[in-house]
Design a protein around this ligand. Structure first.
Ligand SMILES: [Zn+2]
Length: 235
């Protein structure tokens, strides 16, 4: 069986988004990529999560051709592939219809950086894509969803903003691997929920200050990160 380790990681990421309450029925999917071999591992379409096993995970090439697997891949495969082709630093992609993030996506509103929880993970607002044009919806819809995300990131770094809201649809998130993508999906939902209440309590609030955003983001990211245990021991 190809890519046993990646299959297990993808399976775990798919189970993690269910455990975190981000997925109702089968409204979600996680994938991972082996950059060296140019192969993607993704959840099969429509299979209940509780029945998923590593050998159910479908392996495709970068064009979506099935390399190994008996089942059909997730119907969102072409969005995942477009993100892997366009964002060379990412190693995993997760899509859910988690409730609060989806509410912002449906409202067509980006999530402002209202507080430090947001700033710990997202360096600036969580952007929302443009709505797809009618011909994009009627045409290669799933691929065009990926293209809309990539267009939205033309001036953004996907490593600094590891998630997006697809207008009228729901969030996608990513990370260095499938589990980090799932982690970012959970954080995105928590941030979306807090932002909903923040906007309700104080509609005039726009965002935290650039100083506070920098302080929190760079505490966890980049060369001078100090959060966690990585610098506690002399190396
Ligand atoms: Zn969806």
């Amino acid at each position: 069986m190809l890519l046993e380790q990646l299959r297990r990681e993808v399976l775990n990421a798919n189970l993690e988004i269910v455990r975190r309450g981000l997925v109702l029925y089968t409204f979600g999917n996680a994938s991972g990529i082996d950059r060296g071999r140019g192969l993607v591992a993704i959840k099969p379409s429509g299979l209940p999560y509780e029945e998923l096993r590593p050998d159910d995970i479908v392996i495709t090439d970068m064009n979506g051709l099935i390399v190994e697997g008996e089942l059909r891949p997730s119907s969102d495969l072409d969005t995942h592939l477009e993100l892997y082709r366009s964002f060379p630093t990412i190693g995993g992609v997760v899509h859910t219809h988690s409730e609060f993030a989806t509410a912002w996506a449906q409202a067509g509103r980006e999530i402002p950086a209202y507080g430090t929880t947001h700033a710990d993970y997202f360096y600036g607002p969580i952007p929302v894509t443009q709505e797809l044009a009618a011909e994009e919806v009627r045409g290669d819809y799933v691929l065009n969803t990926g293209r809309a995300i990539v267009r939205r990131f033309s001036k953004l770094d996907p490593a600094a903003v590891p998630g997006v809201l697809v207008a009228g649809h729901a969030p996608f998130s990513w990370g260095t691997g499938p589990m980090e993508a799932a982690y970012h999906a959970a954080v995105l939902e928590a941030v979306a929920r807090m932002a909903f209440f923040t906007a309700a309590l104080n509609p005039a609030h726009t965002s935290i200050s650039p100083a506070l955003l920098d302080r929190h983001y760079f505490r966890k990211h980049g060369a001078r990160a100090t959060y966690g245990q990585q610098h506690s021991e002399p190396v």
